[in-house]
Design a protein around this ligand. Structure first.
Ligand code: ADP
Length: 190
């Protein structure tokens, strides 16, 4: 199995690249952001709880996020591997993911980070906000808060996998195809 973490700040292109990668490598794409938006769209109790954090650009508490992720993985056991997008976003989430995979005699194969400068991220997210209908994309202050939360809470996840020799960075500026090529080059080394 190949279990990839597609990593990077908000707006770095994880979702775009994940949809191309799943086609090429036949993996299951699990995006915690998409799962939360699905729950919010259906106004479920989980969706209502998540919404109060997401609309401020804060992280949803680990216990809620890990439980939701575990359900999704356990509902799809017979796949060639997973692409985790937007998860793990904290060190406790990374530890929970390692635990979940080890229960299946699996492990994270690699974390690949899309490296994009802050000003490019803000530009892309404001542009996406014009059509995405996402409240967290519509306001520059919320966008900047998400980038700050990424730096303080999420970048330690890169170091966590780097210490296991499993983290790589890919330049995330260029055309979608160029960036896809850089990601495939890393995956093909696994
Ligand atoms: P982006 O990567 O563009 O910020 P996502 O769709 O991945 O967007 O996530 C949107 C929001 O959902 C995040 O800002 C956060 O509030 C919440 N979220 C998604 N994944 C997680 C996670 N692993 N842990 C906590 N909150 C999360």
């Amino acid at each position: 199995m190949i279990n990839l973490i597609l990593f990077g700040p908000p707006g770095s292109g994880k979702g775009t690249q994940a949809s191309k990668l799943v086609e090429k490598y036949s993996l299951l794409h699990i995006s915690t952001g998409d799962l939360f938006r699905y729950e919010m769209g259906n106004d479920t109790p989980l969706g209502k709880e998540a919404k109060s954090y997401i609309e401020k650009g804060e992280l949803v508490p680990d216990s809620v996020t890990v439980g939701m992720l575990r359900n999704k993985v356990e509902a799809n056991p017979d796949v060639a591997g997973y692409i985790f997008d937007g998860f793990p976003r904290t060190t406790p989430q990374a530890e929970a993911l390692d635990e979940l995979l080890s229960e299946k005699d699996q492990a994270v194969s690699s974390l690949i980070m899309l490296d994009v400068p802050d000003e490019e991220l803000v530009k892309r997210l404001l542009e996406r906000g014009k059509t995405s209908g996402r409240k967290d994309d519509a306001d520059e202050n919320i966008i900047r808060n998400r980038i700050e939360v990424y730096k303080s809470e999420t970048t330690p996840v890169f170091d966590y996998y780097a210490s296991k020799g499993k983290a790589v960075k890919v330049h995330g500026v260029g055309s979608i195809e160029e960036i896809f090529g850089r990601l495939c080059a890393e995956i093909d080394k696994l």
